[in-house]
Design a protein. Structure first.
Length: 169
């Protein structure tokens, strides 16, 4: 994926291949960190702690993650997605046919050997619980098509209990 990004992004974009749980990030005090379908491949508490530490105060962490199904709690959303998915596909197909555009992109994508998780480890509810423990104030909400969104803004203020006050002369 990094090689594909190198071919498709301008030279002023830095692309780095690292293991976020092992390798130091190439910098600190990031304004934003965005993760798209990667966190379910890692122990969530560990990954969130590393990413949170790399953000500047006021920085934002946004992650789209694959949740494990939780039919007991999320069946209305699962049913809606199951019905809407083929319908949306038909709309896209019809649009392409009416516009006369190609059915598939010009480039033929082959399997890249990227890992695929068939059964993600955490439900949305479990991910929200883990995120709240590591990132107080984090919000996790379920999205329609088999994803959830985790959002967190790093606090800009210091914990009053951690400040040592001294009196002047």
């Amino acid at each position: 994926m990094v090689e594909q990004a190198r071919r498709r992004t301008p030279p002023n974009v830095t692309r780095v291949l690292v293991d976020v749980l092992v390798d130091p990030l190439p910098g600190e005090d990031y304004d934003a960190i965005v993760s798209i379908t990667a966190l379910h491949h890692m122990p969530l508490p560990d990954a969130l702690a590393v990413l949170a530490a790399a953000l500047r105060p006021g920085g934002v962490l946004a992650a789209v993650v694959l949740p494990r199904q939780d039919l007991r709690r999320e069946w209305p959303l699962e049913l809606t997605a199951a019905l809407a998915h083929p319908l949306l596909g038909a709309v896209f197909l019809t649009n392409r046919l009416l516009r006369g555009t190609r059915m598939f992109p010009k480039e033929h994508h082959t399997r890249t050997g990227m890992p695929v998780v068939m059964n993600p480890p955490l439900t949305t509810r479990q991910a929200a619980h883990v995120a709240a423990a590591v990132l107080p104030g984090a919000r996790v909400r379920r999205l329609l098509f088999w994803r959830h969104l985790l959002l967190w803004e790093k606090p800009t203020h210091h914990d009053p209990g951690s400040v040592t006050a001294t009196e002047g002369p």
